[in-house]
Design a protein around this ligand. Sequence first.
Ligand code: 2AM
Ligand code: CA
Length: 264
Amino acid sequence: MLQSALMNVMVKAARRAGRSLKRDLGEIENLQVSLKGPANFVSLADKRAEEMLYADLSKARPGYGFIGEEGGKREGADKSHTWIVDPLDGTTNFLHGIPQFAISIGLQREGVMIAGVIYNPANDELYTAERGKGSFLNDQRLRVAGRRQMNECVIACGLPHIGRGDHELSRREMTAIQEKVAGLRRFGAASLDMAFVAAGRLDGYWERNLQPWDMAAGQIILREAGGIVSGIRGDDDPLTTGNVICGNEFVHRELVKILKPLEK
Ligand code: 2AM
Ligand code: CA
């Protein structure tokens, strides 16, 4: 696959930070047995990965703004471009040695996502997309699944964490969806859930209370794979509302139909 200069920069940065996370994952597996656990170690791993990404991306594209989960917003001289970066999405999985986590890098120009990379270093799966050029998993072109019967669909969700979000609402949502679909899943890394929908592994996905860096890269990867992405209301922007529903056109519409009325 011929890669643009921009995609080269993003992929190289993701792979370097990914090598660091993968080394740290090995260490974490040893720390599980200690009483103190790996929590502090993970927080360092996370920060180290973000600093690597910031160093590589800002060196290659000086002046672009940078929004990262760990370091907050860093302004640059170029006001039209902003990186939106999660150095470690799926932190809880990583902490427990579960190999479902990723680095997520999105690039926004004038408020529109123009490129995205999601990389899981544990299994070396690299998802990429640029506006108008399609989505890829490694070298393979992606397309969302074509299912139109909800009872054949496998749908993923996210659940609010302890002390966050509306747990009662999430239970109502799960009950409503569970009764209509072939399978409900909860993987714990929003960026990869979106990438899985783009790859046709999942038919749809929804979650509330997310941050822009959880979804920025996923949004363009999904759209370039022919998927529909919105907030829970069906026509709102997930990066603004923090809520996301995605799937093919049919599944997206069905999920909105089921979930929207549950909001009070
Ligand atoms: P994170 O691992 O980078 O925090 C899991 O449902 C998804 O929710 C993950 O993508 C996770 O990203 C995200 N998330 C957002 N806010 C969170 C929080 N306060 N605690 C844990 N996960 C959170
Ligand atoms: Ca995240």
